[in-house]
Design a protein around this ligand. Structure first.
Ligand SMILES: [Zn+2]
Length: 259
């Protein structure tokens, strides 16, 4: 009985209120904030909604920090493919690698892993290495607060584990190669070795296949770590360059799996 009486009184109040507000509102809406019209405008009308200021980005060191993996340590070279997995290019790159009987390292972007987990499983199944390449390819990630770096790398590793349970992620590569000592430390804390490169044919800049091949042929020496891309854009030229560049590197140095 008490509850019913209470509900009834609430309903009555609500009806009275809506009855008062209704006609006025539809005919002549009152100014929403009449008080404000008589006072000087304030520069920050909603201080409680303002986001806290972002911490400033840490400056990039003038040169690459020590401790990066930049060669294989042996005569043989390795191939690395960044920014995938990509449903158009990654399967074709994997086909090429299988046909040439070589393995590579795939530096994968977390949100692409989340979108294409089956490609991560194929990479692992076919004996290639995985490398964490951050969640969304944030070029400034290494300059952010350490807790943000850690959360990003950890999120990416968790996506990889969800896609391919038990897969080993032995390496981290900072997007753009924009390393800081802090990102190296976080990567190492999470059990990953910081992986840079020694040969960059700049295939992301859309040279043709012959140019990609020529650049790699000229720049590669013993122990080279070659940077290529299977994601992040149209990779037709990279794909077309693969058969001859793989044959060339195999003949001159041998291609091994990164350890
Ligand atoms: Zn990248």
């Amino acid at each position: 009985m008490q509850a019913r009486a209470f509900l009834a009184s609430v309903l009555a109040v609500a009806l009275v209120l809506s009855g008062c507000a209704g006609p006025d509102h539809t005919i002549a809406p009152a100014a929403p904030h009449p008080v404000e019209s008589t006072t000087a405008p304030t520069p920050s009308p909603h201080p409680t909604l303002a986001k806290p200021p972002k911490p400033p980005l840490r400056p990039l060191p003038a040169k690459l920090p020590a401790g990066l993996r930049r060669n294989t340590g042996v005569r043989q070279v390795v191939l690395t493919f960044d920014d995938g997995p990509n449903p158009t290019w990654t399967p074709k790159v994997l086909d090429q690698l299988r046909a040439s009987k070589v393995t590579a390292t795939f530096c994968v972007v977390g949100r692409e892993v989340q979108r294409h987990p089956e490609l991560v499983r194929r990479i692992v199944r076919e004996g290639h290495q995985l490398c964490n390449h951050s969640w969304r390819h944030d070029l400034d990630l290494a300059r952010r607060p350490v807790n943000e770096i850690r959360a990003d790398l950890d999120r990416t590793n968790r996506a990889i584990q969800k896609a391919a349970p038990g897969a080993k992620v032995s390496f981290y590569r900072q997007p753009g190669g924009r390393w800081t000592p802090e990102v190296l430390t976080v990567a190492k804390d999470l059990g990953m070795r910081p992986l840079h490169w020694s040969v960059d044919p700049q295939d992301w800049d859309k040279p043709n296949a012959a140019t990609i091949g020529k650049r790699i042929h000229t720049a590669a020496g013993p122990g080279a770590i070659v940077l290529l891309h299977d994601g992040g854009g149209d990779r037709a030229a990279t794909l077309a360059a693969c058969p001859s560049l793989i044959a060339d590197l195999k003949k001159r140095f041998g291609i091994i799996k990164l350890r």
